[in-house]
Design a binder for this molecule. Sequence first.
Ligand code: PMP
Length: 355
Amino acid sequence: MKHNFGAGPCILPKEVFQEASQAVIDFNNTGLSILEISHRSKEFEAVLDEATKLVRELLNVPQGYSILFLQGGASLQFAMVALNLLPENGKAAYLDTGVWASKAIKEAKKIGNVEVVASSSDKNYTYIPKQYTVPADAAYFHYTSNNTIYGTEVFDVPASSAPIVVDMSSDILSREINVSDFDLIYAGAQKNMGPAGATLVIVKDEILGKTGRVIPSILDYTAHISADSMYNTPPVFSIFVSLLNLRWLKAKGGVAVIEQENIIKARTLYDEIDRNPFFKGTAAVEDRSRMNVTFVMDSAELEAEFLALAKERELIGIKGHRSVGGFRASIYNALSITSINAMVDAMKEFEELKK
Ligand code: PMP
């Protein structure tokens, strides 16, 4: 059995893959593939409608927020957020916690004024800055809730009197959140929601339309809202597979249930990293992510040896991001505790071999 610790695109439940493959051949007994039906057909409208309702239900999205399935990944949101929320002479505040946050900052700077309120670049983003103030006159405050590359996560919503925009690409649907704490949430689908190709946006309607900017329609949230995510042809297959995955999550008991599993999974792995003298966690303990567990060993030789053992034990996708090195085990919703135990066993086995 392969244990897929890949950072994204990543593991999804086996049954989702099975149902998705069936629908490629014959979607809902229509005699047609999901890949060939019209996005305007009543069959696909039902898919989009159910996916939207499930996001609303699973995340408890209040009235006054729109839910969109867009394209362009989280990276397009770096630009769309600024275009839609940053007035010509306004200023946006950003927290810099890694590569993705920096990319969001870089795009926003092309559109308007940006103030970086704090950064953890001094320690290669191994912690989450906490002592900073968001200027009250900021049009919005942007942060990344889970830093996929560094294995840090922001669990408490930062204090901000400005509207809060959050990139939740790698921890959406992994833990309970209070959507009304936020004004805009976005996430590329390819971690806990579904396959690559769709991007989820949850936006508070009242914050839109205030910048005075002329925004190309395809980049304008209001155009997508008025067209119910059908401004143009949506990523049909990605939305469909996301729906299957959302159904799986609901059948499991929803976000509260998966959160408890994720807590146990993360604790099991961090406990072994802390116990085993060959491994060292890289993220500040209080900021450790429950989705991406980063760790190193004392030398490149030891890392190569452990990687070889991991390969033998079918532990896949554990190499750290090229900017960090070491290892990263991504332990998203669909990864079972069995896979965590397989990783822990390999770490123990390595320790024994080296004794
Ligand atoms: N933000 C975060 C937190 C990410 O992990 C990623 C991708 N891994 C991105 C943004 C970029 O997403 P995309 O490739 O969908 O543009």
